[in-house]
Design a protein around this ligand. Structure first.
Ligand code: ACM
Length: 726
């Protein structure tokens, strides 16, 4: 990806939608008594099953579960049950070794009876994923057509674990469930920043819990080539800085994922994004000498007119295709800079001789050859949507990223489609925004004419702008076209993502996207999604994800005193969205261990606050004490933050912290009826508002506003403005 070109549209930035209700609290005198919260909110199932009923009631879980099988289980299913029991114990608080745990003689373990069918299509796009799960007074019964259904059912059962005043419990439920789409993926860019095997395994575990089934690994790009090759050992020797996966590690990862019903689809990007390859093979470069400078990282391309280029592709893909056994193989094909080819007189002459009028036509010819290579190696090619401009067989899978309209053109040509447009996690958008992008909606993602004009004025390449433009809206998908949509993927490009940051940049937002790929299209209640997302996030952290722990570690490393004020500031602030953070980092030489990396794109506390404000605005004044408590915490944090933040990585945010204090204080005043702002207060609100709106504009104009200090925005500003507007 290239952040200098806006790649996806922010469809209205209702920054913070609503979320989980705060629990009722003691009321200071003079305020209305808090309305009682529902005693037992519905369990937080995510993705929401296609059919679910909660009859009410629960079994105590202090003695855990005990699993039995109708037929002897495979080793894989036995291991799946082991993971389920470990997760259940972690969530139920059964953390001591069994021998040390006091036994409650009044409580029996909850039986889980599993009946599983066989599945010849396991680990393919035709896998049997349906399951039925009933939890009642006699325990749980899980019936699945194949191993995937067992794992999905166990993932749901884990989410039925809750807690009441008597301790852990599992809620009664009757569920019949199946996925909407077969391809439900995450893409991790391991080139821009290397990701350790351990970190990838954590993501696979979380994927299992959210019923995601494809891990697309972007393994080769400008910054690094990441897999040991025996055939071409020079690729890692010259293009990896020593950071790559050995073949043994890849086999281990593939097996680890397969054990969880997850396919790994590798991507080795050609002919663009090829700098790492070209460091080992400069003779194949479109531009010589190869320029290894950072500004060339996304642009260096292979020379497609050289027979040796295709030979390299054949040898590389042959070896990697054996290492990654999945039927699908991603060959990239995105963002080839036409100048790479058109500024090479030999390539231009070759194009003339062979009748290729444009670089797009040349790329199409190369794509067709790459497809033949992969087909001869028994693979189904996947490519970014640029490949659909080539005359390629219709079984080539088109990974749509430049805008939803390409779903229409690709399915019209009968290509299977994976939808990535609208789900780019590196845009740092809130979960609720991705959540509302439907894979069938051809207008969901792309830029408006107005945004396009702005980009053109700023000198963006007209062909790129035209590709991102979503107007005029294409006709909706026909039923036949819909049948070609395999599903979607949530990509995380990693220019600004270190190994330490990865968990928190993927989760919990990817859980909301997982629901979009699994649950019926009608499931679109953003408030309810956020209610459940907060619970799911806790479950992910309790069972092993390191997102919150790593954010805390990063904060603790920077702070010269306690860590709390850093985390409190992060709870109300968000990093700039839509690649404006990349701009900030580019200008300020950020080191990716600062407050902008600790801050979440969608902090739970800010979401919660926004929900409470919505309730208050709707007339529910029982939320006042909770609003007040939160605002006091944010207002008073500045005094605690300033002394610990006189250091690199935090000091830029002193201004942000001060803004938060002023905005929170204004919110408190508003609750007391004071709705006017002083001129300096108003200036701060306006600055934050301009930052939020500017950073929401994908055309990257940023409305003439300077990038805010630390690349941070006060996320609660719009909600407080609502309090003031009353
Ligand atoms: C991409 O984001 N360049 C596929």
């Amino acid at each position: 990806m290239k952040f200098s070109t806006a790649r996806a549209a922010l469809v209205g930035s209702s920054l913070l939608a609503a979320t989980m209700a705060l629990s009722a609290c003691a009321t200071p005198s003079g305020e209305q008594p808090a309305a009682p919260e529902p005693v037992a909110p519905a369990p937080a199932l995510m993705p929401l099953p296609s059919s679910v009923a909660f009859p009410g009631g629960a079994l105590p879980l202090s003695e855990g579960f005990v699993v039995s099988w109708s037929h002897p289980p495979s080793a894989m299913l036995q291991a799946a049950a082991g993971r389920f029991l470990r997760r259940a114990d972690a969530l139920a608080g059964r953390v001591m070794p069994a021998a040390d745990r006091p036994v409650d003689p009044k409580v029996a373990p909850v039986p889980v009876r599993i009946e599983a069918g066989q599945d010849a299509g396991w680990l393919t796009t035709r896998a049997k994923e349906d399951y039925r799960l009933v939890v009642g007074p006699d325990g749980a019964t899980l019936t699945a057509d194949g191993p995937d259904g067992v794992m999905h059912g166990l993932a749901t059962l884990v989410q039925l674990i809750g807690r009441d005043e008597n301790g852990p419990k599992v809620d009664f439920a009757t569920i019949a469930d199946h996925p909407r789409f077969a391809w439900r993926g995450i893409m991790i860019d391991t080139s821009r920043h290397f990701v350790t095997v351990e970190t990838i395994k954590r993501q696979i575990d979380a994927m299992e819990m959210l019923k995601l089934d494809v891990l697309h690994l972007h393994l080769s790009d400008g910054t690094g080539f990441r897999v040991e090759s025996h055939v071409l050992p020079e690729l890692t020797a010259k293009g990896s800085h020593g950071q790559y996966y050995t073949q043994a590690q890849i086999r281990d990862l593939v097996a680890y994922a397969a054990d969880r019903g997850i396919r790994i689809v590798p991507e080795f990007d050609v002919p663009g994004h090829a700098l790492a390859l070209l460091l080992a093979h400069p003779e194949l470069a479109a531009q010589s000498p190869v320029n290894p400078e950072p500004k060339n990282k996304n642009t260096a391309a292979l020379d497609p007119t050289l027979p040796a280029t295709l030979r390299l592709v054949r040898r590389l893909y042959g070896e990697m295709g054996r290492l990654f056994p999945d039927a699908y193989f991603h060959s990239g094909g995105d963002e080839v800079d036409p100048d790479e080819w058109m500024k090479n007189p030999k390539i231009v002459a070759w194009m003339k001789d062979h009748g290729y009028a444009t670089p797009q036509a040349l790329q199409a010819a190369f794509t067709a050859q790459v497809q033949k290579v992969l087909a001869s190696q028994g693979k189904i090619m996947v490519g970014w949507d640029e490949v659909s401009e080539a005359a390629i067989p219709s079984d080539v899978v088109v990974d749509v990223w430049r805008g939803s309209k390409f779903i229409g053109s690709a399915t019209e040509a009968h290509h299977p489609v994976i939808v990535s447009a609208g789900y780019y996690l590196d845009l740092l958008q809130p979960a609720g925004q991705h959540y509302l992008v439907d894979p069938y909606d051809l207008t969901a993602n792309g830029i408006t004419r107005e945004q396009a004009d702005k980009m053109l004025k700023k000198g963006s390449r007209p062909d790129l702008v035209a590709a991102f433009l979503k107007e005029p809206a294409p006709p909706p998908l026909t039923e036949e076209q819909k049948s070609f949509v395999l599903g979607g993927e949530a990509p995380l490009w990693a220019e600004l993502v270190t190994d330490e940051m990865l968990d928190a940049r993927i989760w919990p937002r990817a859980a909301a996207i997982a629901e979009r790929f699994w649950s019926p299209a009608e499931v679109r209640d953003v408030d309810d999604m956020y209610r459940r997302l907060a619970v799911v996030n806790s479950e992910l952290q309790i069972t092993g994800l390191q997102g919150e722990a790593n954010r805390w570690r990063m904060a603790a490393r920077l702070s010269t005193g306690t860590v709390d004020p850093v985390m409190v500031l992060a709870s109300a602030t968000v990093p700039l969205r839509n690649y404006n953070m990349n701009r900030y980092v580019g200008r300020h030489g950020h080191r990716l261990d600062e407050i902008g990396e600790i801050a979440s794109p969608d902090p739970v506390q800010a979401q919660r606050f926004s929900t409470l404000v919505a309730r208050y605005v709707a007339g529910d004044h029982s939320v006042v004490p909770a609003l007040r408590r939160q605002l006091v915490t944010w207002r008073d944090n500045d005094a605690a933050f300033a002394p610990v933040a006189q250091v690199r990585g935090l000091s830029d945010a002193l201004v942000t912290s001060r803004h938060l204090a002023v905005i929170a204080a204004a919110g408190l005043k508003a609750l007391d009826g004071g709705r006017t702002l002083s001129a300096p207060e108003k200036a701060i609100f306006d600055q934050e508002d301009a930052a939020i709106n500017g950073s929401a504009d994908v055309s990257g104009s940023f409305a003439g506003v300077n990038l805010p200090p630390a690349g941070l925005m006060v996320a609660i500003e719009p909600a407080v403005r609502k309090l003031l507007a009353l």
